[in-house]
Write a protein that binds this ligand. Structure first.
Ligand code: RFL
Ligand code: PHB
Length: 389
């Protein structure tokens, strides 16, 4: 088989890129190691920035998001039960859209199915070759048979544990990383959200987040240690711990029920540099990871592939290499901005084993500064809703 762009990975980055290229008349194939059901079963992000919403609308997959998504004008912070609302609309004139990653993925999959775009699921032993030379190709096996796709470009959209970044020679790539000694234990429940907006809560017992997927489905998280085993957390234990970390009046309104999903995600900051190696480009979680506190990962993935699609469109249309050459630098500028914000939100809101009394007082001072200063709140709002200079 031959295509113009071989996209490895059918998460939000790969599928959005596929759609962007399809719209630009560029031929692409998506190669994914899991089944469609497995991909849809991963419960992850919930918050889209305006720029991500704009991309999804522009590629014709925004209809369900616009009817079922929940536009939010702000979020609440809670510090040992003291509440502070960050009013995005009033501070920076922007909103965010609460719409699950699962639904974004489903909409993109449906769009591919409708146009007959080629996706290969359950591909094993996927490998990227010769991206340094003139004949890049992707190989894989399926049902015991070997396949090869010759292409012009390879898009590494295969997430943090994918093969593309790992196939770059060690000396050609520099990784920046911080691993936090923390994880988020998340629970999905068919109950109305405890409050109309998201609540990010700092508490001496640890961070908690109240989020949602719809008016009848809620998503909650509590900070746990990185080595925690999900099997130690009965639903009752989870609800007790969540209540203990929230403002008591809010905790009283919490509607609990049997969890329909429960999992632990580790917290990590990671950036690879550069993001282009000959005809191979890294995008999304394959290129960078942020702790989920700033709700940035999915938004960064959509940003990356929008830049990449523009560069490839320029290459095929105007025969210009400028976009391709600028890809890594453009994406890294946005990446480090989001890395800084996600790191800052994480250190403000979590409890760390080694921060001590001094660290806790600094966190409180940070919260009090937000309470007292419109400029501080504006900075948070600007970054959370997606700062693009
Ligand atoms: P994905 O979604 O990991 O998709 C990569 C795909 O590549 C496949 N793959 C391979 N395919 C072929 N061959 C191989 N060798 C392969 N290896 C892997 C995988 O099966 C998968 O289908 O990466 P992508 O597309 O870059 O998307 C990134 C986002 O998924 C991620 O950044 C977000 O989920 C992060 N995130 C959040 N982001 C937000 O913007 N807002 C949020 O509110 C938010 N909350 C979160 C989050 C992530 C979380 N977890 C679990 C890490 C909350 C959590 C708890
Ligand atoms: C979620 O709804 O899963 C979610 C929301 C906000 C975050 C992280 C996750 O910062």
């Amino acid at each position: 088989m031959r295509t113009q762009v071989a996209i490895i990975g059918a998460g939000p980055a790969g599928l959005t890129l596929g759609r962007l290229l399809e719209r630009a008349g560029i031929d692409a194939v998506v190669i994914e190691q899991r089944s469609p059901e497995y991909v849809l079963g991963r419960i992850r992000a919930g918050v889209l920035e305006q720029s991500a919403v704009d991309v999804l609308r522009a590629i014709g997959v925004g209809a369900r998001m616009d009817t079922e998504g929940l536009p939010h004008d702000g979020v609440e912070l809670s510090f040992d039960g003291d509440m502070l609302r960050i009013d995005f609309e009033e501070l920076v004139g922007r909103k965010v859209m609460v719409y699950g990653q699962t639904e974004v993925t489903r909409d993109l999959m449906d769009a591919r199915a409708e146009t007959g775009a080629v996706s290969i699921y359950e591909a094993e032993n996927v490998a990227a070759h010769d991206f340094d030379g003139a004949s890049p190709r992707v190989t894989y096996t399926k049902n015991g048979q070997s396949f090869e796709i010759a292409c012009d470009f390879i898009a590494g959209c295969d997430g943090f544990h994918g093969v593309t970044r790992a196939s770059v020679p060690k000396g050609a790539i520099h990784n920046f990383e911080r691993i936090y000694p923390l994880g988020w234990l998340g629970v999905l429940v068919d109950q109305p959200p405890v409050a109309p907006e998201l609540i990010y809560a700092h508490h001496a017992r640890g961070f908690a987040l109240c989020s949602m997927r719809s008016e009848t489905r809620s998503r909650y998280y509590v900070q746990v240690s990185a080595s925690e085993d999900v099997a130690n957390w009965s639903d009752d234990r989870f609800w007790d711990e969540l209540r203990a970390r929230l403002n008591p009046e809010i905790a009283e309104n919490l509607k609990t029920g049997p969890s329909i999903e429960k999992s632990i995600a580790p917290l990590r900051s990671f950036v690879a540099e550069p993001l282009r190696f000959g005809s191979l480009f890294l995008a999304g979680d394959a290129a960078h990871i942020v702790p989920p506190t700033g709700a940035k990962g999915l938004n960064m993935a959509i940003h990356d592939v929008a830049v990449l699609a523009e560069a490839l469109t320029e290459h095929y249309g105007e025969k210009s290499k400028a976009g391709i050459d600028a890809y890594s630098a453009r994406v890294l500028t946005n990446t480090w901005r989001a890395e800084r914000f996600s790191w800052w939100m994480t250190q403000l809101l979590h409890t760390f084993p080694d921060s001590g009394d001094f660290g806790r007082r600094i966190q409180r001072a940070d919260f009090d500064y937000l309470r007292a200063s419109r400029i501080a709140r504006q900075s948070l709002a600007e970054n959370y809703t997606g700062f693009k200079p």
